[in-house]
Design a protein around this ligand. Structure first.
Ligand code: ADP
Ligand code: MG
Length: 671
């Protein structure tokens, strides 16, 4: 048996089944073995029908008289049947599972498990799951449940696994021998469990295996990065001190420390690979400005990549204001930039020191003379390919230093594994004089009664307001209010204020105009979609209302909220909810905390890493089994990976492992 042969080599899998499996991502024998049950039904100790008590029950019997009918409410089908054993009978009921009619053979015996409860005046077995008695391991009573794919149901997966039962013994080793077992045993137990304990051991082994791959990938990235060479930037102490002295504010301790770490990194011959994590408003841009100035003093060019044109424009304006007095030539490059050809040739000839831009920076014809530092703002907004494109823009064969910035902190548990060897600087301190943002969840009634007067108060004090809506246009099918109709309504309520709207589909020039007027204080209320989510910095804006707040994730809400509280004035964030449901855990956590690091941990718990980082990193971090809160396993894997790497021959010996971690290397890298 070769693990990398196609599933068609397995007994019972023909071309048609193979086709369906392939679509589900199960192409090879290896994929098939690793297609683990999502859960297990426990059919041990069934009761007789006569002895059933209300609640969860397991029974063993035959089923007949299966019928499906449509309920009066359209789109609901009800399937029923009668289950019998020697002691009596009970009605089974399923909703919207009409396939059940064909699932059962009248002569065969099945286990059923479900809730035995009162339904329309009669006790029934509700939505029972079922397994053929012959398929269930008799002494454990455990029956694996697989995710169905197309017409291949859980029971088919069970049958197919059974067909190949003998092959499991041939599964070769994958990792060096470990205390917790072997792969063949773990995979066998996962598909043919003998006990609950056995399932847990299998799960632990497979989770360990996964963590081992992840951690090994992170370590290898580190050593690959160390093989690259980059321009050494000598520390220009005098100039940097002068720059700091002339700033309109004093740097926070955290900013100084981060800048120092960056300066030290750039002095080295190996490229910097540093993540600057700082909560919203902690002043990351200034740290980037210092890094850029330092690199430019050392004769290098700098590029800063931002995810939206609004943000790139804002950075461009701030950075040129900050750096132009020192003779630094800053340019903006977005999709809307006029005279791109001329600008690009200036960049190529080294006439521009610092290019700030969006994805437009990444096109092949943007070439640098000596790119020495790449800064990526809101790095989690970019995919691996995009980041790599930027880093390849250094023509000299030298790799640029990389500074990635994010306000979505990577929780510590993830940092330990996925980003194990990343250099991280943390801005855990807000500039002096900031007041915590007061956050409050408001119902519809409260919105009218207390929010409108509050907004009026803020406007009268000469401050500004963001109002966030989900939709750009009205849609009669949903009840969400669009930015357009919301701004109409607010104009009616606040006739003395200038209310404008902003969204991603507006022309770049229009967006710039609105943002500029808002920054200048000419607009009092800005009704906007989430285009303002990242980076926008208008310290005079002190109130934000987020409509339909339940629609957003925790990290996103925290980012949005970070648009206020950026000056010394007291700021407020209102999370508007409609409907009568109690607010979600997300909103309550947000109401109670301003701490982005804490909220990131909560988010990780609520959604899991696949959701947070997976989507952003092209769906790659979908751990099958391991959870990143499994600190004991993580620790063990770390120790074992270190051992593994001590012997370079291992890399040749464990070919399957080395081939498999390529995919993890992509996600565990910044560059
Ligand atoms: P973020 O970390 O969210 O990107 P910014 O870099 O946009 O934050 O900075 C937020 C605001 O704080 C900006 O207006 C910036 O000028 C200001 N700022 C940065 N550092 C300091 C400081 N040390 N003291 C006072 N204000 C600062
Ligand atoms: Mg920022």
């Amino acid at each position: 048996m070769n693990l990398f042969d196609t599933v068609e080599n397995l007994k019972g899998i023909g071309p048609k089944t193979a086709e369906i499996l392939k679509k589900a991502g199960i192409s090879t024998i290896r994929d098939f073995f690793y297609n683990l049950p999502k859960t297990y039904e426990n059919f041990s100790a069934p009761s007789t029908i006569a002895e059933m008590e209300p609640g969860k029950v397991v029974i063993k019997g035959r089923i007949t008289a299966l019928v499906t009918r449509h309920a009066r409410r359209r789109r609901l089908t009800i399937t029923e049947g009668i289950i019998r054993d020697d002691t009596g009978f009970v009605k089974a009921v399923w909703f919207n599972q009409s396939y059940r009619v064909k699932q059962f053979v009248p002569e065969k015996e099945y286990y059923f498990t479900g809730n035995f409860e009162l339904k329309n005046g009669r006790f029934c077995l509700m939505s029972p799951s079922a397994a053929e008695v012959d398929d269930v391991d008799t002494h454990s009573g455990l029956s694996p449940v697989y995710v169905a794919h197309g017409r291949i149901k859980s029971s088919d997966f069970k049958r197919l696994a059974n067909n190949s039962r003998n092959l499991f013994a041939e599964i070769p080793d994958f990792l060096p021998t470990v205390k917790s077992g072997t792969r063949k045993n773990a995979l066998f137990s996962a598909h043919f469990p003998e006990s609950e304990k056995n399932v847990k051991e299998a799960r632990d082994y497979l989770a360990y295996e996964e963590l081992f791959e992840l951690i090994l990938a992170a370590k290898l990235n580190k050593s690959e990065n160390d093989k690259l060479r980059s321009v050494k930037i000598p520390f220009n102490q005098e100039k940097i001190q002068e720059f700091v002295k002339n700033l309109p504010f004093t740097l926070t301790g955290a900013q100084k420390k981060a800048a120092w770490e960056i300066i030290k990194d750039m002095e080295k011959e190996t490229p910097m690979n540093r993540l600057l994590q700082g909560d919203v408003g902690s002043g990351k841009t200034m740290v980037a400005a210092m890094a850029a100035y330092e690199a430019i003093l050392g004769g290098a060019q700098v590029a800063l990549l931002a995810p939206t044109a609004i943000l790139a424009t804002q950075h461009y304006e701030n950075l040129s204001k900050t750096l132009a007095p020192y003779g630094v030539k800053v340019a903006l490059l977005t999709g809307a930039t006029k005279g791109k050809t001329a600008l690009k040739s200036d960049i190529r000839e080294g006439k521009i020191d610092f290019v700030v831009g969006t994805h437009a920076l990444l096109t092949d014809d943007t070439e640098f003379k000596a790119l020495g530092l790449a800064v990526i703002d809101e790095q989690h907004r970019f995919g691996v390919e995009q980041r790599q494109k930027l880093l390849l823009k250094s023509p000299s064969g030298l790799a640029p230093h990389l500074l990635a910035m994010t306000a979505t902190p990577i929780p510590r548990s993830l940092q330990l594994t996925v980003f194990g060897d990343l250099d991280v600087s943390i801005l855990n301190e807000l500039p002096k004089g900031r007041q915590p943002i007061k956050t409050e969840i408001l119902t519809e009634v409260e919105t009218k009664a207390s929010l409108y007067p509050k907004i009026q108060e803020v406007i009268s004090a000469g401050q500004q307001v963001y109002w966030v809506c989900k939709a750009i246009d009205d849609d009669p099918r949903t009840e969400t209010t669009s930015v357009k109709s919301r701004s109409e309504k607010l104009r009616g309520i606040f006739p003395n204020a200038r209310v404008e709207y902003l969204h991603g589909r507006m022309k770049p020039a229009e967006k710039d105009e609105i943002m500029e007027k808002f920054a200048l204080g000419e607009i009092q209320v800005l009704v906007s979609t989430t285009v303002i989510e990242v980076g926008v910095d208008v310290p005079n804006a002190t109130l934000m209302a987020i409509e339909d707040a339940e629609n957003y994730g925790l990290a996103q809400l925290h980012q949005l909220r970070g648009r206020v509280g950026r000056g010394s004035k007291a700021s407020f964030c209102y999370l508007l909810t409609s409907g009568d449901n109690r607010p979600s855990r997300r909103l309550v956590e947000l109401e109670n905390s301003n701490d982005g690091f804490y909220l990131a941990e909560v988010d990780l718990k609520l959604r899991g890493p696949g959701e947070i980082y997976g989507a952003l990193q092209h769906g790659a971090l979908d751990l099958r089994i391991a959870t990143l809160s499994d600190t004991k396993l993580i620790h063990r894997a770390q120790v074992d990976v270190a051992d593994f790497l001590k012997n370079p021959e291992n890399m040749l010996k464990y070919k399957e492992l080395m081939a498999g971690i390529a995919r993890y290397q992509q996600i565990t890298t910044l560059n």
